[in-house]
Design a protein around this ligand. Structure first.
Ligand code: GUN
Length: 284
């Protein structure tokens, strides 16, 4: 029977240490500040943005939320990013994705100055991740790394399989595991005999966005299974990419959904914002 990895507890410990760090920064006159921009009314995005705002408040950070209407023109969004870029109270700028279809994501992400890009989605930061010279770690993959670390299972020399190749999760995830000397395989929709590949994994990260896609027969007994998915099942209940109930007897460690990767992503965003504030203070 697998040990369930408690993402809330791991994130709680991280937030506690961040809170102490924020208090000492504030005593030195620096309050880390995050601006979150939401365009349109996507219900899931509203929930995520709300959680980010709440996390800032709990840690005593400054946060600003901008709700722009669905029809917002590119010029208007870029003008807001430009204004936030020059605002010294704001150390991190996050534009929630996905954007409405008429807005070009690439143009928007490139408009955020790399030193305020706490998502690490700007091409400069993506390039830094590739060569291991990080300014910010991308929040979700960084959170996954902390969860793996919490199990005490070492990554070095282990078979690591990432299912999913998105720019937000799959690709940077593979890179972080590689930097820890894992033997990394990235699977995707065109992968042949997926189960054969995933069954090799000592560490399996599922980031496909399909409810209960990874079933027990695809898991190596004793593996560390990290579920990045956030889906609704046939009854509308929140579930991950892994069929949790069936995987539980086989995995060595497994994250639940909710309460696994989600809280870590937010904690890592706070960590990046604090790092951005510290870097800005050094420039003064
Ligand atoms: N949409 C889903 N995940 C993320 C994230 O980590 N950052 C942003 N900006 N948008 C997202």
């Amino acid at each position: 029977m697998a040990t369930i990895i408690d993402g809330k507890a791991v994130a709680g410990a991280l937030r506690k240490s961040l809170k102490a760090e924020i208090e000492s920064l504030k005593a030195a006159g620096i309050t880390p500040g995050l601006a979150v921009v939401l365009v349109g009314g996507d219900p899931a995005s509203k929930v995520y943005v709300g959680s980010k705002e709440k996390a800032c408040a709990e840690l005593g950070m400054h946060s600003e939320r901008y709700n722009l209407k669905e029809e917002t023109a590119m010029g208007e969004l870029l003008a807001l990013i430009g204004k936030l870029s020059k605002d010294d109270k704001i150390h991190g700028i996050l534009v929630q994705l996905p954007l409405p279809r008429h807005l070009d994501e690439k143009t928007v992400l490139e408009a955020i100055p790399a030193h305020k890009d706490v998502d690490a989605f700007h091409p400069e930061n993506v390039g830094r991740i590739m060569i291991g010279d990080y300014r910010f770690l991308p929040c979700t993959p960084a959170g996954v790394m902390e969860l793996i670390l919490s199990t005490g299972v070492s990554i070095e020399g282990r078979e690591c399989v990432v299912v999913g190749r998105s720019n937000i999760v799959g690709k940077p995830m593979a890179m972080l595991l590689l930097h820890k000397s894992g033997t990394v395989t990235v699977c995707h929709s065109k992968t042949k005999n997926l189960g054969e590949v995933t069954r090799r994994a000592d560490i399996l990260v599922a980031a496909v966005g399909r409810a209960k896609f990874i079933t027990a027969d695809m898991i190596k007994p004793g593996a560390v299974v990290i579920d990045v998915g956030m889906n609704r099942d046939e009854n509308g209940k929140l579930c991950g990419d892994v069929d949790f109930e069936s995987a539980l007897p086989f995995a060595g460690y497994i994250t639940p959904v909710p309460g696994g990767v989600g809280p870590m992503t937010i904690a890592m965003l706070m960590k990046n914002t604090v790092a951005a504030a510290k870097a800005a203070a050094k420039q003064l």
